[in-house]
Design a protein around this ligand. Structure first.
Ligand code: GLN
Length: 530
Protein backbone atom coordinates (compact mmCIF):
# COMPACT_ATOMS: atom_id res chain seq x y z
CA UNK A 1 0.00 0.00 0.00
CA UNK A 2 1.22 3.46 -0.89
CA UNK A 3 0.28 6.51 1.18
CA UNK A 4 0.28 10.11 0.02
CA UNK A 5 -0.02 12.33 3.08
CA UNK A 6 -1.20 15.88 2.51
CA UNK A 7 -0.62 18.54 5.17
CA UNK A 8 -1.29 22.26 5.07
CA UNK A 9 0.60 25.29 6.23
CA UNK A 10 0.32 29.07 6.65
CA UNK A 11 -3.46 29.27 6.93
CA UNK A 12 -6.66 27.35 6.52
CA UNK A 13 -8.95 27.73 3.53
CA UNK A 14 -6.15 27.29 0.97
CA UNK A 15 -8.03 24.64 -0.95
CA UNK A 16 -6.00 21.78 0.50
CA UNK A 17 -8.91 19.38 -0.02
CA UNK A 18 -9.25 20.27 -3.69
CA UNK A 19 -5.48 20.01 -4.14
CA UNK A 20 -5.42 16.59 -2.51
CA UNK A 21 -8.43 15.36 -4.48
CA UNK A 22 -6.82 16.64 -7.70
CA UNK A 23 -3.58 14.81 -6.85
CA UNK A 24 -5.68 11.69 -6.45
CA UNK A 25 -7.30 12.28 -9.81
CA UNK A 26 -4.02 12.62 -11.70
CA UNK A 27 -2.77 9.39 -10.12
CA UNK A 28 -6.01 7.73 -11.17
CA UNK A 29 -5.50 9.08 -14.70
CA UNK A 30 -2.18 7.25 -14.69
CA UNK A 31 -4.01 3.98 -14.14
CA UNK A 32 -3.94 3.57 -10.35
CA UNK A 33 -6.75 2.73 -7.95
CA UNK A 34 -6.89 5.58 -5.46
CA UNK A 35 -8.84 6.02 -2.24
CA UNK A 36 -8.83 8.81 0.33
CA UNK A 37 -9.01 9.39 4.07
CA UNK A 38 -9.78 12.74 5.65
CA UNK A 39 -8.49 13.40 9.13
CA UNK A 40 -10.43 16.06 11.03
CA UNK A 41 -8.65 16.97 14.24
CA UNK A 42 -11.80 18.29 15.95
CA UNK A 43 -13.22 16.47 18.96
CA UNK A 44 -16.67 15.91 17.48
CA UNK A 45 -17.23 12.25 16.58
CA UNK A 46 -18.48 13.32 13.16
CA UNK A 47 -19.88 16.35 11.35
CA UNK A 48 -23.50 15.25 11.97
CA UNK A 49 -24.04 17.66 14.82
CA UNK A 50 -22.16 20.59 13.30
CA UNK A 51 -23.94 23.67 11.98
CA UNK A 52 -23.78 24.16 8.23
CA UNK A 53 -23.39 27.88 9.02
CA UNK A 54 -20.05 27.25 10.64
CA UNK A 55 -18.71 24.22 8.95
CA UNK A 56 -20.32 24.00 5.54
CA UNK A 57 -22.37 21.09 4.33
CA UNK A 58 -22.63 17.75 6.10
CA UNK A 59 -21.80 15.22 3.42
CA UNK A 60 -23.75 11.96 3.76
CA UNK A 61 -21.99 8.74 2.77
CA UNK A 62 -23.61 5.57 1.49
CA UNK A 63 -23.33 3.82 4.87
CA UNK A 64 -24.98 6.79 6.57
CA UNK A 65 -21.75 8.35 7.83
CA UNK A 66 -22.12 12.11 8.25
CA UNK A 67 -18.85 13.60 7.17
CA UNK A 68 -16.90 16.69 6.34
CA UNK A 69 -17.58 18.17 2.90
CA UNK A 70 -14.09 17.21 1.71
CA UNK A 71 -15.29 13.62 1.49
CA UNK A 72 -17.69 14.88 -1.17
CA UNK A 73 -14.78 16.34 -3.12
CA UNK A 74 -12.99 13.00 -2.96
CA UNK A 75 -16.05 11.13 -4.18
CA UNK A 76 -16.53 13.57 -7.07
CA UNK A 77 -12.89 13.84 -8.13
CA UNK A 78 -12.06 10.15 -7.76
CA UNK A 79 -15.49 8.81 -8.74
CA UNK A 80 -15.60 6.46 -5.75
CA UNK A 81 -17.94 5.84 -2.82
CA UNK A 82 -16.48 6.15 0.66
CA UNK A 83 -17.69 5.02 4.08
CA UNK A 84 -17.62 6.54 7.55
CA UNK A 85 -14.24 4.94 8.31
CA UNK A 86 -12.70 7.27 5.71
CA UNK A 87 -13.29 10.21 8.03
CA UNK A 88 -11.10 9.98 11.13
CA UNK A 89 -11.70 12.53 13.89
CA UNK A 90 -10.08 13.07 17.27
CA UNK A 91 -13.45 12.18 18.78
CA UNK A 92 -13.52 8.76 17.11
CA UNK A 93 -9.91 7.99 18.03
CA UNK A 94 -10.26 8.95 21.69
CA UNK A 95 -13.60 7.17 22.00
CA UNK A 96 -11.97 3.96 20.75
CA UNK A 97 -8.96 4.35 23.04
CA UNK A 98 -11.11 5.05 26.09
CA UNK A 99 -13.37 2.08 25.30
CA UNK A 100 -10.30 -0.16 25.07
CA UNK A 101 -8.98 1.20 28.37
CA UNK A 102 -12.33 0.45 30.07
CA UNK A 103 -12.28 -3.08 28.70
CA UNK A 104 -8.81 -3.57 30.13
CA UNK A 105 -7.20 -4.04 26.74
CA UNK A 106 -4.11 -2.07 27.76
CA UNK A 107 -3.25 -4.60 30.49
CA UNK A 108 -2.85 -2.10 33.30
CA UNK A 109 -0.50 0.22 31.43
CA UNK A 110 -0.68 4.01 31.64
CA UNK A 111 -2.57 5.05 28.50
CA UNK A 112 -0.74 7.83 26.66
CA UNK A 113 -0.87 9.81 23.42
CA UNK A 114 2.33 8.08 22.34
CA UNK A 115 2.03 5.13 21.78
CA UNK A 116 -1.66 4.37 22.44
CA UNK A 117 -3.37 7.19 20.59
CA UNK A 118 -0.83 7.19 17.75
CA UNK A 119 -1.13 3.40 17.42
CA UNK A 120 -4.89 3.71 17.18
CA UNK A 121 -4.49 6.30 14.40
CA UNK A 122 -2.00 4.17 12.43
CA UNK A 123 -4.16 1.07 12.82
CA UNK A 124 -7.16 2.95 11.44
CA UNK A 125 -5.19 4.36 8.50
CA UNK A 126 -3.84 0.91 7.60
CA UNK A 127 -7.17 -0.88 7.99
CA UNK A 128 -9.12 1.61 5.93
CA UNK A 129 -6.48 1.67 3.21
CA UNK A 130 -6.34 -2.13 3.07
CA UNK A 131 -10.11 -2.68 3.18
CA UNK A 132 -10.67 -0.20 0.35
CA UNK A 133 -8.82 -2.46 -2.06
CA UNK A 134 -7.06 0.58 -3.56
CA UNK A 135 -3.36 0.81 -4.39
CA UNK A 136 -2.75 4.37 -3.27
CA UNK A 137 -4.36 6.00 -0.25
CA UNK A 138 -4.44 9.77 0.06
CA UNK A 139 -4.51 10.98 3.64
CA UNK A 140 -5.45 14.62 4.14
CA UNK A 141 -4.62 15.95 7.58
CA UNK A 142 -7.14 18.72 8.29
CA UNK A 143 -6.13 21.97 9.92
CA UNK A 144 -2.75 23.68 9.72
CA UNK A 145 0.62 22.39 10.85
CA UNK A 146 1.22 23.76 14.34
CA UNK A 147 -2.37 23.39 15.54
CA UNK A 148 -2.49 21.66 18.93
CA UNK A 149 -5.28 19.36 17.78
CA UNK A 150 -3.39 17.92 14.82
CA UNK A 151 -0.20 17.01 16.74
CA UNK A 152 -1.07 13.35 17.48
CA UNK A 153 -2.00 12.82 13.82
CA UNK A 154 1.24 14.32 12.52
CA UNK A 155 3.18 12.19 14.97
CA UNK A 156 1.27 9.11 13.80
CA UNK A 157 2.06 9.74 10.12
CA UNK A 158 5.71 10.35 11.05
CA UNK A 159 5.78 6.91 12.65
CA UNK A 160 3.98 5.41 9.67
CA UNK A 161 6.71 6.78 7.41
CA UNK A 162 9.36 5.17 9.64
CA UNK A 163 7.66 1.81 9.76
CA UNK A 164 6.82 1.45 6.07
CA UNK A 165 9.24 1.35 3.13
CA UNK A 166 10.55 4.80 2.20
CA UNK A 167 8.86 4.72 -1.18
CA UNK A 168 5.52 3.83 0.36
CA UNK A 169 4.86 7.04 2.28
CA UNK A 170 5.20 10.38 0.51
CA UNK A 171 4.45 13.81 1.97
CA UNK A 172 2.91 16.78 0.18
CA UNK A 173 2.76 20.12 1.95
CA UNK A 174 0.31 22.77 0.67
CA UNK A 175 1.24 26.36 1.43
CA UNK A 176 0.49 29.92 0.37
CA UNK A 177 2.70 32.23 -1.68
CA UNK A 178 1.27 35.70 -1.14
CA UNK A 179 2.20 38.70 -3.24
CA UNK A 180 3.30 42.04 -1.82
CA UNK A 181 1.71 45.27 -3.11
CA UNK A 182 4.36 45.44 -5.87
CA UNK A 183 3.34 41.97 -7.03
CA UNK A 184 6.45 40.23 -5.74
CA UNK A 185 5.91 36.61 -4.70
CA UNK A 186 6.84 36.04 -1.07
CA UNK A 187 8.29 32.74 0.13
CA UNK A 188 8.73 33.43 3.86
CA UNK A 189 5.38 31.97 4.96
CA UNK A 190 6.23 28.74 3.10
CA UNK A 191 9.71 28.65 4.64
CA UNK A 192 8.29 29.07 8.15
CA UNK A 193 5.65 26.48 7.63
CA UNK A 194 8.08 23.87 6.29
CA UNK A 195 10.41 24.65 9.22
CA UNK A 196 7.54 23.93 11.59
CA UNK A 197 6.87 20.65 9.78
CA UNK A 198 10.52 19.63 9.96
CA UNK A 199 10.61 20.33 13.68
CA UNK A 200 7.97 17.63 13.98
CA UNK A 201 10.19 15.23 12.08
CA UNK A 202 8.32 15.43 8.78
CA UNK A 203 10.09 16.25 5.56
CA UNK A 204 7.92 17.21 2.57
CA UNK A 205 8.62 15.43 -0.71
CA UNK A 206 6.59 17.95 -2.66
CA UNK A 207 5.48 21.51 -1.90
CA UNK A 208 2.32 22.71 -3.57
CA UNK A 209 2.08 26.47 -3.53
CA UNK A 210 -1.21 28.30 -3.76
CA UNK A 211 -0.90 31.67 -5.40
CA UNK A 212 -3.06 34.10 -7.35
CA UNK A 213 -0.64 34.02 -10.31
CA UNK A 214 1.69 31.28 -11.60
CA UNK A 215 4.59 30.83 -9.20
CA UNK A 216 7.72 32.01 -11.05
CA UNK A 217 10.80 29.82 -11.59
CA UNK A 218 12.85 32.10 -9.33
CA UNK A 219 10.31 31.76 -6.54
CA UNK A 220 10.30 28.00 -6.92
CA UNK A 221 14.08 27.88 -6.73
CA UNK A 222 14.11 29.93 -3.57
CA UNK A 223 11.53 27.66 -1.95
CA UNK A 224 13.50 24.62 -3.11
CA UNK A 225 16.70 25.95 -1.57
CA UNK A 226 15.23 26.91 1.78
CA UNK A 227 12.94 23.93 2.12
CA UNK A 228 15.39 21.27 0.97
CA UNK A 229 13.51 19.86 -2.02
CA UNK A 230 14.43 19.92 -5.74
CA UNK A 231 12.88 22.79 -7.73
CA UNK A 232 10.75 20.37 -9.72
CA UNK A 233 9.13 19.29 -6.45
CA UNK A 234 7.71 22.81 -6.05
CA UNK A 235 4.38 22.88 -7.83
CA UNK A 236 2.45 26.01 -8.69
CA UNK A 237 -1.25 25.56 -7.99
CA UNK A 238 -2.29 29.08 -8.89
CA UNK A 239 -5.96 30.02 -8.97
CA UNK A 240 -7.92 28.12 -11.57
CA UNK A 241 -11.09 29.26 -13.30
CA UNK A 242 -12.87 26.21 -11.97
CA UNK A 243 -11.92 23.57 -9.40
CA UNK A 244 -12.28 20.85 -12.04
CA UNK A 245 -9.35 22.40 -13.90
CA UNK A 246 -6.97 21.90 -10.97
CA UNK A 247 -5.97 18.31 -11.91
CA UNK A 248 -4.78 19.47 -15.34
CA UNK A 249 -2.90 22.34 -13.77
CA UNK A 250 -1.04 19.98 -11.44
CA UNK A 251 -0.40 17.55 -14.28
CA UNK A 252 1.03 20.35 -16.46
CA UNK A 253 3.34 21.28 -13.61
CA UNK A 254 4.74 17.75 -13.68
CA UNK A 255 3.18 16.74 -10.36
CA UNK A 256 1.97 13.31 -11.51
CA UNK A 257 5.34 12.19 -12.87
CA UNK A 258 7.23 13.47 -9.87
CA UNK A 259 4.82 11.90 -7.42
CA UNK A 260 4.95 8.55 -9.21
CA UNK A 261 8.75 8.59 -9.19
CA UNK A 262 8.74 9.31 -5.45
CA UNK A 263 6.35 6.42 -4.91
CA UNK A 264 8.56 4.16 -7.03
CA UNK A 265 5.76 3.70 -9.57
CA UNK A 266 5.52 4.06 -13.33
CA UNK A 267 2.68 5.50 -15.34
CA UNK A 268 0.40 2.70 -16.55
CA UNK A 269 -2.13 4.61 -18.55
CA UNK A 270 -3.20 8.04 -19.73
CA UNK A 271 -6.92 8.22 -19.07
CA UNK A 272 -8.53 11.24 -20.76
CA UNK A 273 -12.05 11.05 -19.34
CA UNK A 274 -11.51 14.00 -17.01
CA UNK A 275 -9.98 16.14 -19.75
CA UNK A 276 -12.98 15.46 -21.96
CA UNK A 277 -15.33 16.54 -19.18
CA UNK A 278 -13.39 19.79 -18.69
CA UNK A 279 -13.42 20.38 -22.45
CA UNK A 280 -17.18 19.95 -22.48
CA UNK A 281 -17.54 22.33 -19.56
CA UNK A 282 -15.45 24.99 -21.31
CA UNK A 283 -17.27 24.73 -24.60
CA UNK A 284 -20.77 25.05 -23.17
CA UNK A 285 -22.87 27.86 -24.58
CA UNK A 286 -25.89 29.54 -23.11
CA UNK A 287 -26.89 29.62 -19.48
CA UNK A 288 -29.72 29.19 -17.03
CA UNK A 289 -30.39 31.00 -13.78
CA UNK A 290 -31.63 29.00 -10.84
CA UNK A 291 -32.90 30.39 -7.55
CA UNK A 292 -31.95 28.27 -4.55
CA UNK A 293 -34.35 29.29 -1.81
CA UNK A 294 -32.74 28.20 1.44
CA UNK A 295 -31.78 29.10 4.92
CA UNK A 296 -27.99 28.85 5.02
CA UNK A 297 -27.46 31.03 1.95
CA UNK A 298 -24.72 33.21 3.49
CA UNK A 299 -22.18 30.42 3.37
CA UNK A 300 -22.22 28.87 -0.08
CA UNK A 301 -20.37 25.82 1.24
CA UNK A 302 -23.53 24.90 3.14
CA UNK A 303 -24.96 23.64 -0.13
CA UNK A 304 -21.74 22.60 -1.82
CA UNK A 305 -23.00 19.31 -3.31
CA UNK A 306 -26.08 21.03 -4.71
CA UNK A 307 -23.95 23.65 -6.43
CA UNK A 308 -21.72 20.94 -7.87
CA UNK A 309 -24.67 18.79 -8.98
CA UNK A 310 -26.18 21.75 -10.85
CA UNK A 311 -22.81 22.26 -12.49
CA UNK A 312 -22.57 18.58 -13.48
CA UNK A 313 -25.99 18.72 -15.10
CA UNK A 314 -24.98 21.92 -16.91
CA UNK A 315 -21.87 20.24 -18.33
CA UNK A 316 -24.02 17.44 -19.74
CA UNK A 317 -26.71 19.77 -21.12
CA UNK A 318 -24.08 22.16 -22.49
CA UNK A 319 -24.92 25.28 -20.53
CA UNK A 320 -23.61 27.22 -17.57
CA UNK A 321 -25.83 27.11 -14.51
CA UNK A 322 -25.78 30.38 -12.58
CA UNK A 323 -26.86 29.64 -9.05
CA UNK A 324 -28.47 32.47 -7.06
CA UNK A 325 -28.76 31.99 -3.32
CA UNK A 326 -31.94 33.55 -1.97
CA UNK A 327 -32.86 33.73 1.68
CA UNK A 328 -36.22 32.01 2.22
CA UNK A 329 -37.14 34.51 4.92
CA UNK A 330 -37.27 37.25 2.29
CA UNK A 331 -40.43 35.64 0.93
CA UNK A 332 -42.16 35.79 4.28
CA UNK A 333 -42.16 39.53 4.69
CA UNK A 334 -44.77 40.80 2.29
CA UNK A 335 -47.30 39.17 -0.05
CA UNK A 336 -46.22 39.49 -3.66
CA UNK A 337 -42.53 39.23 -2.77
CA UNK A 338 -42.40 35.98 -4.75
CA UNK A 339 -42.71 38.06 -7.92
CA UNK A 340 -38.97 38.47 -7.80
CA UNK A 341 -38.75 34.79 -8.71
CA UNK A 342 -40.07 35.61 -12.18
CA UNK A 343 -36.63 36.29 -13.62
CA UNK A 344 -35.23 32.87 -12.70
CA UNK A 345 -35.53 29.84 -14.95
CA UNK A 346 -36.19 27.47 -12.09
CA UNK A 347 -36.52 27.18 -8.33
CA UNK A 348 -34.78 24.74 -6.01
CA UNK A 349 -35.56 24.25 -2.33
CA UNK A 350 -32.82 22.31 -0.53
CA UNK A 351 -32.88 20.26 2.67
CA UNK A 352 -32.92 21.78 6.10
CA UNK A 353 -33.96 21.52 9.71
CA UNK A 354 -36.15 23.69 11.90
CA UNK A 355 -38.96 26.12 11.24
CA UNK A 356 -37.04 29.25 10.23
CA UNK A 357 -37.62 30.12 6.59
CA UNK A 358 -40.11 27.33 5.91
CA UNK A 359 -43.06 29.65 5.24
CA UNK A 360 -40.91 31.49 2.67
CA UNK A 361 -40.01 28.19 1.02
CA UNK A 362 -43.69 27.25 0.86
CA UNK A 363 -44.48 30.60 -0.86
CA UNK A 364 -41.67 30.05 -3.39
CA UNK A 365 -42.95 26.53 -4.16
CA UNK A 366 -46.47 27.84 -4.63
CA UNK A 367 -45.09 30.31 -7.12
CA UNK A 368 -43.30 27.54 -9.03
CA UNK A 369 -46.38 25.30 -9.07
CA UNK A 370 -48.83 28.00 -10.13
CA UNK A 371 -46.54 29.57 -12.73
CA UNK A 372 -45.32 26.37 -14.32
CA UNK A 373 -41.69 27.08 -13.35
CA UNK A 374 -39.34 24.11 -13.11
CA UNK A 375 -39.07 23.04 -9.48
CA UNK A 376 -36.66 20.69 -7.77
CA UNK A 377 -37.23 19.95 -4.09
CA UNK A 378 -34.73 18.07 -1.96
CA UNK A 379 -35.71 16.48 1.36
CA UNK A 380 -37.22 19.42 3.27
CA UNK A 381 -37.86 20.76 -0.25
CA UNK A 382 -40.18 17.79 -0.83
CA UNK A 383 -41.81 18.07 2.58
CA UNK A 384 -42.58 21.77 2.06
CA UNK A 385 -43.93 20.99 -1.44
CA UNK A 386 -46.34 18.49 0.13
CA UNK A 387 -47.39 21.05 2.75
CA UNK A 388 -47.92 23.68 0.05
CA UNK A 389 -50.09 21.30 -1.97
CA UNK A 390 -52.15 20.30 1.06
CA UNK A 391 -52.79 23.92 1.97
CA UNK A 392 -53.44 25.48 -1.41
CA UNK A 393 -54.92 22.63 -3.43
CA UNK A 394 -56.61 20.44 -0.82
CA UNK A 395 -57.59 23.48 1.24
CA UNK A 396 -56.12 22.37 4.59
CA UNK A 397 -55.03 25.82 5.72
CA UNK A 398 -53.22 24.53 8.80
CA UNK A 399 -51.38 21.69 7.02
CA UNK A 400 -47.82 21.39 8.30
CA UNK A 401 -45.05 19.06 9.37
CA UNK A 402 -45.16 17.92 12.98
CA UNK A 403 -41.46 18.86 13.13
CA UNK A 404 -42.44 22.49 12.56
CA UNK A 405 -45.80 23.07 14.27
CA UNK A 406 -48.52 21.22 16.11
CA UNK A 407 -51.40 20.97 13.69
CA UNK A 408 -54.66 19.20 12.98
CA UNK A 409 -53.30 18.21 9.55
CA UNK A 410 -49.80 16.80 9.95
CA UNK A 411 -49.20 15.91 6.29
CA UNK A 412 -45.54 15.37 7.20
CA UNK A 413 -45.18 13.30 10.32
CA UNK A 414 -43.31 10.53 12.04
CA UNK A 415 -44.49 7.11 10.90
CA UNK A 416 -46.31 5.11 13.61
CA UNK A 417 -43.25 2.87 14.11
CA UNK A 418 -41.08 5.93 14.81
CA UNK A 419 -43.32 7.45 17.51
CA UNK A 420 -41.74 7.91 20.89
CA UNK A 421 -38.18 7.20 19.79
CA UNK A 422 -37.19 10.73 18.77
CA UNK A 423 -33.80 11.60 20.12
CA UNK A 424 -31.26 13.94 18.52
CA UNK A 425 -29.14 12.18 15.94
CA UNK A 426 -30.08 8.65 16.89
CA UNK A 427 -33.27 8.28 14.92
CA UNK A 428 -32.44 9.80 11.59
CA UNK A 429 -32.73 7.75 8.48
CA UNK A 430 -29.24 7.98 7.07
CA UNK A 431 -27.49 6.76 3.95
CA UNK A 432 -28.45 4.45 1.11
CA UNK A 433 -31.99 3.21 0.76
CA UNK A 434 -33.96 2.01 -2.25
CA UNK A 435 -37.07 3.40 -3.95
CA UNK A 436 -39.35 1.66 -6.44
CA UNK A 437 -40.43 3.91 -9.27
CA UNK A 438 -43.84 4.00 -10.96
CA UNK A 439 -43.53 2.91 -14.61
CA UNK A 440 -44.20 5.78 -17.01
CA UNK A 441 -43.62 8.49 -14.37
CA UNK A 442 -41.20 11.39 -14.72
CA UNK A 443 -39.08 9.66 -12.08
CA UNK A 444 -38.76 6.45 -14.07
CA UNK A 445 -37.98 8.40 -17.26
CA UNK A 446 -35.26 10.40 -15.53
CA UNK A 447 -33.61 7.39 -13.95
CA UNK A 448 -34.35 4.93 -16.74
CA UNK A 449 -34.81 2.23 -14.13
CA UNK A 450 -37.45 0.65 -11.86
CA UNK A 451 -35.48 0.65 -8.64
CA UNK A 452 -32.96 3.23 -7.49
CA UNK A 453 -30.67 3.70 -4.53
CA UNK A 454 -30.10 7.16 -3.12
CA UNK A 455 -28.78 8.65 0.13
CA UNK A 456 -31.01 9.94 2.92
CA UNK A 457 -30.76 12.21 5.92
CA UNK A 458 -34.11 12.92 7.51
CA UNK A 459 -36.50 11.93 10.24
CA UNK A 460 -39.98 12.91 9.05
CA UNK A 461 -42.06 11.33 6.26
CA UNK A 462 -45.14 12.00 4.16
CA UNK A 463 -48.12 10.98 6.30
CA UNK A 464 -49.64 7.89 4.61
CA UNK A 465 -53.14 9.03 5.66
CA UNK A 466 -53.14 11.82 3.06
CA UNK A 467 -51.64 10.00 0.11
CA UNK A 468 -54.82 8.96 -1.72
CA UNK A 469 -56.28 12.41 -1.40
CA UNK A 470 -53.15 14.13 -2.68
CA UNK A 471 -52.77 11.72 -5.57
CA UNK A 472 -56.43 12.25 -6.49
CA UNK A 473 -55.76 16.01 -6.67
CA UNK A 474 -52.65 15.64 -8.85
CA UNK A 475 -49.59 15.25 -6.61
CA UNK A 476 -48.29 11.76 -7.44
CA UNK A 477 -45.91 9.74 -5.31
CA UNK A 478 -43.91 7.94 -7.96
CA UNK A 479 -41.04 6.64 -5.84
CA UNK A 480 -41.80 4.50 -2.81
CA UNK A 481 -40.04 2.42 -0.22
CA UNK A 482 -42.90 0.46 1.42
CA UNK A 483 -44.92 3.08 3.30
CA UNK A 484 -42.31 5.78 2.83
CA UNK A 485 -42.86 8.25 -0.02
CA UNK A 486 -39.56 8.97 -1.76
CA UNK A 487 -40.61 11.08 -4.76
CA UNK A 488 -43.45 13.50 -5.46
CA UNK A 489 -44.21 14.91 -8.89
CA UNK A 490 -47.00 16.80 -10.68
CA UNK A 491 -47.76 15.36 -14.13
CA UNK A 492 -48.60 18.10 -16.62
CA UNK A 493 -46.33 20.65 -14.94
CA UNK A 494 -43.23 21.57 -16.97
CA UNK A 495 -41.01 20.02 -14.32
CA UNK A 496 -42.10 19.52 -10.75
CA UNK A 497 -40.01 16.91 -8.99
CA UNK A 498 -39.23 16.53 -5.32
CA UNK A 499 -37.42 13.78 -3.44
CA UNK A 500 -37.21 12.75 0.17
CA UNK A 501 -33.63 11.62 -0.51
CA UNK A 502 -30.61 13.76 -1.41
CA UNK A 503 -29.60 13.00 -5.01
CA UNK A 504 -26.85 15.64 -4.79
CA UNK A 505 -24.57 13.26 -2.92
CA UNK A 506 -24.27 10.82 -5.81
CA UNK A 507 -23.78 13.29 -8.66
CA UNK A 508 -20.45 13.19 -10.49
CA UNK A 509 -18.86 15.64 -12.96
CA UNK A 510 -19.27 13.18 -15.81
CA UNK A 511 -22.36 11.40 -14.46
CA UNK A 512 -24.89 13.99 -13.34
CA UNK A 513 -27.66 12.99 -11.00
CA UNK A 514 -30.86 12.27 -13.02
CA UNK A 515 -33.17 14.71 -11.16
CA UNK A 516 -30.63 17.52 -11.56
CA UNK A 517 -30.17 16.67 -15.22
CA UNK A 518 -33.94 16.73 -15.81
CA UNK A 519 -34.25 20.01 -13.93
CA UNK A 520 -31.47 21.78 -15.84
CA UNK A 521 -32.78 20.40 -19.14
CA UNK A 522 -36.25 21.71 -18.40
CA UNK A 523 -34.82 25.13 -17.57
CA UNK A 524 -32.61 25.19 -20.66
CA UNK A 525 -35.29 24.06 -23.13
CA UNK A 526 -37.14 27.28 -22.54
CA UNK A 527 -34.04 29.41 -23.07
CA UNK A 528 -33.04 27.78 -26.34
CA UNK A 529 -33.77 29.88 -29.40
CA UNK A 530 -36.78 28.42 -31.27
N1 GLN B 1 -36.05 18.29 8.77
C1 GLN B 1 -36.57 17.31 7.89
C2 GLN B 1 -36.58 15.92 8.51
O1 GLN B 1 -35.90 15.67 9.45
C3 GLN B 1 -35.83 17.32 6.57
C4 GLN B 1 -34.39 16.96 6.69
C5 GLN B 1 -33.56 17.40 5.49
O2 GLN B 1 -34.00 18.19 4.67
N2 GLN B 1 -32.36 16.90 5.38
O3 GLN B 1 -37.25 15.04 8.05
Amino acid sequence: MKYVIVTGGVMSGLGKGITAASMGRILKNKGYDVTAIKIDPYINIDAGTMSPFQHGEVFVLKDGGEADLDLGNYERFLDIELTREHNITTGKVYQAVINKERRGDYLGKTVQIIPHVTNEIKERLRNVARNSGAEICLVEVGGTVGDIESMPFLEAVRQLHNEEDTEDVVFIHVTLVPMDPQGEQKTKPTQHSVKELRQLGLHPDMIVTRCKKPVLPGTKEKIALFCDVPAKAVISAHDAEDIYMVPQRLENEGAADYLLSKLGLKSRDDIKEWDRMVEKMRSSSGSVDVAVVGKYTDLEDSYLSIRESLKHAGIEVGCTVNTHWLDAEDFEKEPGSTDKLLKYDGILVPGGFGVRGTEGKISAIRYARENNKPYLGLCLGMQTAVIEFARNVLGYDDANSSELASTGHPVIDLLPEQEGVVDMGATMRLGDSFAELTPGSLASKLYGSDVIIERHRHRYEVNPKYIDEMEGAGLKFTGRNKNRMEIAEIPGHRFFFASQFHPEFKSRPNRPSPPFLGFVRAMFEKNKPE
